[in-house]
Design a protein around this ligand. Sequence first.
Ligand code: OFO
Length: 173
Amino acid sequence: MTDKIKTILNAQIQEELYSANLYLALAGRLEAWNLKGMANWMHIQEQEERNHALGFFYFLLNRGEEPVLSAIAQPDLSAATDASAVFALSLNHEQHISACIHAIYEAAKEEKDYALESFIRWYIDEQVEEEANATEIKEKLKLIGGTGPSLYMLDQELGARAYVAFIPGKTVA
Ligand code: OFO
């Protein structure tokens, strides 16, 4: 594995762990507003992000490289002023992550790292879903006006989301 690939994969572990912390912080904010269903949705997102980080962690190890962890920045919640803004922030963040994943794909092609080129495809597809999910909730909030009984009902709906354990590239018992 080239140094360029090692650097970009270790940086992505950091991005995914930042994502996990961001979603945990958003879960806390939503819970503080008594939107427990939305907080549940964020908690599941948080767990998935940790698994995304672990996917890169084990990919490095499987290729004979020790993962290097670095400091994670404090999540920036300044834009998260209400439920709609929380999901807009989530969508913006996922668009940023998609750009990171696409840069990894580009690097894999440039460095002729065929194993990485294959591995990263799961993340490319996952980002389509991640952006679609955040967009759907953001649009629903726009539709219902983001307050009152309809907000309560959407909160209930998001409370039904269930966590499914999955680490990319690894079989989970
Ligand atoms: Fe939210 O996505 Fe990770 O990769």
